[in-house]
Design a protein around this ligand. Structure first.
Ligand SMILES: *[C@@H]1O[C@H](CO)[C@@H](O)[C@H](O)[C@H]1NC(C)=O
Ligand SMILES: *[C@@H]1O[C@H](CO)[C@@H](O)[C@H](O)[C@H]1NC(C)=O
Ligand SMILES: *[C@@H]1O[C@H](CO)[C@@H](O)[C@H](O)[C@H]1NC(C)=O
Length: 464
């Protein structure tokens, strides 16, 4: 009720602002069971279900009706809604712990976003007209974001500092209090958990198992007391919000947000820049970045219902708008809370309605994790996720620098030695950068030139 009012007010206030484009983040659709280690959040693989594919497809259709329909109030000015223009749309999918689920969700969503059209044809030299496969289906490239060489969509794995922060949360007074409060309820759960550990630490896995069984197992769904699913959801949300947020903007718990924001900001800026063709940027992700992003933008403080695990096929749409009155571009934060409800506009950054893009940038800038090497430093990692070659290059550079110091003892003038030392150090640094660039490690927060994969129904089960 209150939300509806907010939403109406926001659209009235800015009814004649021009929509330049949108950055969309979605959670994957329904999937099979999943387990993640409560200490490290290392995950086991799982698969999307037909229900999940349908949920994402419908989400794609809803996004199309909002943003790619010329009669919609939110039509993106200048976007080609019939044919995919690869300069206007950019898609990335997390290829981490949930493997194909998140990638496949992006495939399904894009099929709803750009449905087959018999106008997708080509005239051949011999006079034949050929329509694309599946009645004119268009393939949108999807960048598969592999955690091994890109930290942006899964900042939290292999991160000792994050694991330490999670352990500290489990040892906190508030965690002990929650344990006391929830003990009586948790004691009722073992009969439903097929031997899984019933501890507050393991709350995400408890919720996930009960949720998946409630959706897919008729006998289980009938046996589970009616309030239990909502109760485990509330506890799991409290748990995950505690793990994936922080009392301070730059705290390690906010690492999912700190790692994904450089990409989001770069896309928002591209959309705001009239000379850049980008209009629709889409990232398919897990629930974790949503928690940090709602915390870091203050949206969860203004709307406590955002401090929860977002349901399957939820979508955050950050609209970039040019106010009719002129001035700088603004952001409107719209969120769709899973299936069955539509997008609602939320306040953020302590304000009301649309906020200047520059305010968002200024707010988060000091805590962004802008590169792999920044991530390696924050997580104190010298071996995983691209940190190994970086650490080796740094070690080589320091060895070379000390050799250069030895050169000072050669019988040449101190001034000459100084030049030699500086020259060697410079050469070493240049060589190091060349090696890093060659290894592709200097391309974090990179542009849209990265090799993309093409989505197609036939490869949708392929594991990225
Ligand atoms: C024209 O070329 C296409 C593609 O090579 C071929 O499938 C088709 O049979 C050709 N049509 C004629 C009339 O030669
Ligand atoms: C972010 O989450 C922490 C809990 O981890 C909370 O203390 C803090 O108030 C939240 N910040 C905002 C702005 O919502
Ligand atoms: C989203 O739906 C869940 C129930 O599925 C509810 O608990 C939560 O408060 C809702 N969040 C928002 C932002 O409406």
């Amino acid at each position: 009720m209150v939300l509806r009012v907010l939403s109406t007010l926001a659209s009235m206030a800015a009814s004649d602002s021009k929509l330049l484009g949108v950055v969309v983040l979605t959670r994957h659709g329904d999937r099979a069971g999943f387990y993640q280690d409560p200490k490290t959040y290392a995950a086991t693989s799982t698969v999307i279900t037909p229900l999940g594919a349908e949920q994402e497809f419908q989400l794609g259709q809803r996004l199309r009706s909002l943003y790619l329909n010329a009669t919609s109030a939110s039509f993106i000015q200048g976007i080609n809604s019939t044919f995919v223009d690869q300069n206007q749309i950019h898609v990335r999918a997390d290829a981490g712990g949930e493997l194909g689920v998140i990638y496949d969700s992006a495939v399904a969503l894009l099929q709803g976003l750009f449905p087959a059209t018999t106008n997708y044809t080509t005239d051949l030299a011999n006079g034949t007209v050929v329509t694309g496969a599946l009645g004119g289906y268009q393939y949108v490239p999807i960048e598969s974001v592999e955690p091994a060489n890109d930290v942006s969509l899964e900042g939290w794995t292999s991160c000792a500092a994050f694991d330490a922060s999670t352990a500290a949360f489990y040892n906190s007074i508030e965690f002990a209090q929650k344990k006391n409060e929830s003990a009586a309820f948790l004691n009722l759960l073992p009969q439903f958990l097929d031997g899984r550990p019933v501890t507050l630490e393991n709350m995400y896995n408890i919720y996930d198992f009960i949720n998946v069984q409630s959706i897919h197992n008729e006998a289980f769904a009938k046996a589970l007391p009616p309030t239990f699913l909502a109760q485990v959801f509330t506890l799991a949300s409290w748990h995950e919000y505690g793990v994936f947020t922080s009392g301070t903007l730059g705290g390690i718990g906010n690492i999912p947000g700190r790692a994904i924001l450089p990409q989001i900001l770069s896309e928002l800026k591209s959309i705001a820049n009239a000379t850049d063709p980008l209009k629709f940027a889409y990232q398919s992700i897990s629930y974790k970045p949503f928690l940090s992003l709602f915390n870091m933008t203050g949206a969860a403080q203004q709307h406590p219902e955002l401090a929860e695990i977002v349901p399957y096929a939820s979508a955050l749409a950050l609209e970039v708008r040019q106010p009719a009155t002129g001035g700088e571009p603004v952001i409107r934060l719209n969120f769709k809370n899973g299936t069955g409800v539509d997008f609602v506009t939320y306040n953020f950054l302590g304000g009301s309605g649309d906020m200047p893009l520059s305010s968002l940038v200024d707010h988060v800038n000091p805590v962004l994790i802008n590169s792999t090497s920044a991530w390696c430093t924050v997580c104190n990692n010298t071996q995983d996720r691209g940190c190994g070659p970086l650490a080796a290059a740094a070690a080589q550079a320091s060895t070379a620098a000390s050799r250069a110091n030895v050169a000072h003892h050669q019988p040449i003038s101190p001034v000459g030695a100084g030049f030699l030392g500086a020259g060697l150090a410079l050469a070493v640094v240049l060589a190091m950068f060349a090696v890093l660039a060659f290894l592709g490690l200097l391309t974090v927060g990179r542009g849209r030139s990265k090799k993309a994969r093409t989505a197609s129904p036939s490869n949708s089960n392929e594991k990225p």
